[in-house]
Design a protein around this ligand. Structure first.
Ligand code: HEM
Length: 207
């Protein structure tokens, strides 16, 4: 019997709230679309909003491990999978919006290889695909010790997303530099606690 006063953390409730919070950007896009307040080029605004949301959620997902180390609370890890899947969700919508509103569905090879920043974004997205498909508990079990090395692809993907973000900038890069600083801090924290090899994908190491 549980000791009096020792309440279990309400993971399910918090996950429910987190789910709603993660859906807010999508809701806001829908709201602005309905009210016609997406500016002169709604397709461009939608594509950019979905891209920045995916990147922000990616940074939050990468912050989970350092948060666990800093606070000593392993409960943070229970939210990582949902956040990671939302990164993939928004990145997929960003890609769909780009095809639908900006460049169209024809000559896809030409579209993806024409500009260097698109190549970086496409590579980042491709690296996310195995992560999304191996995120289930069943796949975790099936992959066993190979799961972590595969999921370290997220660090390479994050760097590629940042390059994509920086490269598409037209003039002022202040925002890109700030996001770069946040990403650098998160990668440095990983190296500090787990060593440089903990950033290398597909390589078997302790962590
Ligand atoms: C095949 C994959 C991808 C394509 C084709 C693509 C395409 C684009 C395009 C067309 C833009 C707008 C550039 C402009 O303003 O002219 C953009 C911006 C952006 N993309 Fe991507 N992208 C891809 C993957 C990703 C991924 C995986 C992420 C993040 C997880 C991402 C995050 C961003 C961000 C943060 C921006 C800047 C948004 C802003 O200006 O606020 N992209 N991308």
């Amino acid at each position: 019997m549980a000791a009096k006063g020792s309440r279990r953390f309400p993971y399910t409730t918090v996950k429910g709230f987190l789910l709603l919070i993660c859906l807010i950007p999508l809701f806001l896009i829908g709201w602005d679309l309905r009210n016609g307040s997406l500016g002169p080029d709604p397709g461009q605004t939608i594509t950019e909003t979905l891209g920045i949301t995916a990147f922000q959620l990616l940074l939050i997902t990468l912050a989970i491990s350092p948060l666990r180390k800093l606070t000593g609370w392993a409960g943070w890890l229970r939210f990582r999978r949902m956040l990671g899947l939302f990164v993939f969700f928004y990145a997929s919508l960003h890609l769909l919006a780009f095809l639908q509103f900006i460049l169209g569905w024809f000559d896809l090879w030409d579209t993806f290889t024409k500009r260097p920043y698109i190549i970086a974004g496409a590579l980042a997205f491709v690296l996310m695909i195995p992560l999304a498909f191996t995120s289930t508990k069943g796949m975790m079990k099936k992959l066993g010790r190979r799961w972590k090395p595969v999921h370290r692809l997220i660090y390479s993907s994050a760097v590629l997303v940042w390059i994509h973000f920086l490269w598409q900038a037209r003039s002022d890069i202040t925002e890109m530099v700030l996001y770069g600083v946040v990403l650098a801090i998160l990668l440095a924290a990983r190296v500090y606690w787990s060593g440089l090899s903990a950033l290398v994908p597909l390589k078997k190491v302790g962590n």
